[in-house]
Design a protein around this ligand. Structure first.
Ligand code: NAD
Length: 528
């Protein structure tokens, strides 16, 4: 097997995982492929944690995230029992039907409703279900004790229950204080998962929940599944000894991965970590297709806008921007692109879009969408020059892209016209329609397609299996990408949903291309 090698062009610290030539050794993998085809104060640490971006802006496996606990979910799936809203779950004594109180959720009585939500999500997450079925014979995660911190939604519940079916014990908290579906958390608790999460946690609750997951007498985690890096950071700060038993960290988010590379660079990463964010099956699907499917939904639900003939400027033509533009173009919108990168700009040109500077079109456009992952892309000056009723929103990770702070000045009036919709009114009566206060539009105002989340969740599950089962020495204390063969495997698990029939290489063709008939089919540097 070749040694870990840097992924060309992505930076020296980005390491490509070793090839898994013997991926089939996980017989469960091979078979499935062949099948159809009270109050804790952490005062000193809190200061440090506040340096991190607020969790309200993070990308999720979430159906819908409200930025405020008092806002309603846009998803029909939401359910709140206002009768117990005043009482903190931390003050309540709750037990599930089996008498266990090893959890902390809003209201365990919501479990039945949450179970239905999970069952609906399962319909579109068949790859995880097929992994589960295989696990009836084999338990590739037997003995794994996974501590997780992700959005707690119907889709992540399917992932968590799959990990349990594969043999793992799980303790789970939420990576976002607003994104937990309370009924889903209740269903997980009823099923025996030690879940500590509810929608509308305070910052203190947030760390308390994470702490309850990590700090448990007689139970010590040996795997971490994180989304955003807060859990990992907590273990580093409060329980560094836990890393003696941890076999690996699996991280989904851009932010969390960034932190892992920083740790690695500083020589402080003490276990192997898997960067799921940059897996092809995450980046090229979640970022692109998830946004292609949800941008229109988010805009429609909030504004009832008609897209045909509307002039829209999309800032950033990366994966997210490409997805947004494809959807907008299909509905007849006239789309302009802004880009800093000549390659992405050229792609936009070739795809038939006009590449412009924002200043050139800001007076005429009806909608402005940011997808750059950058800051101050839309400034107060731009906002001043927009026409009446211009809609402004963000699809990027954090709420830094639109300078919303600059709009909080005495001369401008804010009018909340709908949940997540503000009219910002200038002295001359001009209104700008600001969505979700500049936070991720789709995750704040619409739902996200379950199927795409299935692809990400399957990638996370396989990353856990790979790290947990890897022989000593395969992975060092560094950040790795999932081996390509596993990316291909994740994709293959999702093909039956489309009744897609793969063409098999003939021996002659395989020889001609220098490929193994069973993959991997592309070199690591292939960009898809
Ligand atoms: P990407 O790097 O592929 O694309 C970002 C693009 O923005 C790049 O091409 C870059 O050149 C361009 N850019 C940077 N600064 C710019 C500026 N000032 N003006 C114009 N263009 C600029 O990243 P991506 O995968 O498209 O993700 C973009 C953001 O969306 C990230 O913050 C990511 O975390 C987030 N994201 C959101 C969702 C969602 O569901 N809404 C899903 C995945 C990722």
């Amino acid at each position: 097997m070749p040694d870990a090698m840097p992924l060309p062009g992505v930076g020296e610290e980005l390491k490509q995982a070793k090839e898994i030539e013997d991926a089939e050794k996980y017989s469960f993998m091979a078979t499935v492929t062949k099948a159809p085809k009270k109050q804790i104060q952490f005062a000193d640490d809190m200061q440090e944690f506040t340096k991190f971006p607020t969790k309200t802006g993070r990308r999720s496996l979430s159906r819908s995230i409200s930025q405020s606990s008092t806002d309603s979910y846009s998803s029909a799936a939401s359910y709140t029992d206002s009768s117990d809203d005043e009482v903190s779950p931390r003050e309540k004594q709750q037990t599930n039907s089996k008498g266990s109180s090893n959890f902390c959720v809003k209201n365990i009585k919501q479990a039945e409703f949450g179970r239905r939500e999970i069952e609906i999500a399962e319909q579109d997450m068949s790859a995880l279900i097929s992994l589960r079925k295989r696990a009836q014979g084999e338990k590739p995660l037997a003995g794994a004790k996974i501590v997780g911190c992700t959005h707690i939604t119907a889709q992540t519940a399917v992932l968590i229950e799959t990990l349990c079916a594969l043999g793992a014990q799980c303790r789970w908290s939420a990576c976002n204080i607003y994104s937990t579906q309370n009924e889903v958390a209740a269903a997980l608790a009823e099923a025996g998962v030690a879940v500590f999460a509810w929608k509308g946690e305070s910052e203190d609750d947030f760390w308390w929940c994470i702490d309850r997951c990590v700090n448990m007498d007689g139970w010590q985690a040996n795997m971490i599944l994180d989304d955003g890096g807060d859990l990992t950071h907590w273990v580093y700060k409060k329980y560094p000894n836990v890393f003696k038993k941890i076999r690996g960290i699996v991280e989904e988010s851009v932010t969390g991965v960034h932190r892992l590379y920083q740790l690695s660079k500083a020589g402080k990463l003490c276990v192997p970590a898997m960067n799921v964010n940059d897996s092809v099956t995450k980046q090229k699907f979640d970022n692109l297709y998830c946004c292609r499917e949800s941008i229109l939904d988010g805009l429609k639900r909030t504004t009832d806008v008609m897209f045909g003939g509307k002039q829209v400027v999309v800032c950033g033509y990366g994966e997210v921007g490409k997805g947004c533009c494809a959807a907008l173009k299909a509905l007849g919108a006239i789309v302009y692109i802004t880009e800093i990168d000549p390659i992405c700009a050229l792609q936009a040109c070739m795809d038939g879009f006009r590449v412009v500077k924002l200043n050139e079109v800001i007076r005429q456009v009806d909608v402005v969408i940011t997808c750059t992952g950058n800051k101050n892309v839309v400034t107060r000056e731009h906002l001043d020059r927009m026409k009446n009723s211009c809609i402004v929103c963000n699809m990027g990770h954090s709420n830094t892209e639109i300078d919303v702070t600059s709009l909080r000045t005495p001369e401008l009036t804010w009018e909340r016209v709908r949940s997540q919709v503000d009219h910002v009114i200038w002295p001359d009566g001009k209104r700008v329609v600001l969505l979700a206060e500049g936070r991720l539009l789709n995750l704040s105002c619409s739902t996200v397609p379950t199927f795409v989340l299935s692809i990400t969740a399957t990638t996370q599950a396989l990353a856990l299996i790979e790290l947990y089962n890897a022989p000593e020495g395969r992975y060092k204390q560094d950040v790795y990408l999932l081996p390509k063969k596993m990316d291909e495997y994740v994709a293959s698990l999702h093909l039956p949903s489309f009744d897609a029939h793969l063409t098999e290489l003939t021996d002659d063709q395989a020889k001609y291309l220098g490929l193994n008939k069973n993959g991997p089919f592309k070199p690591n540097y292939y960009r898809y």
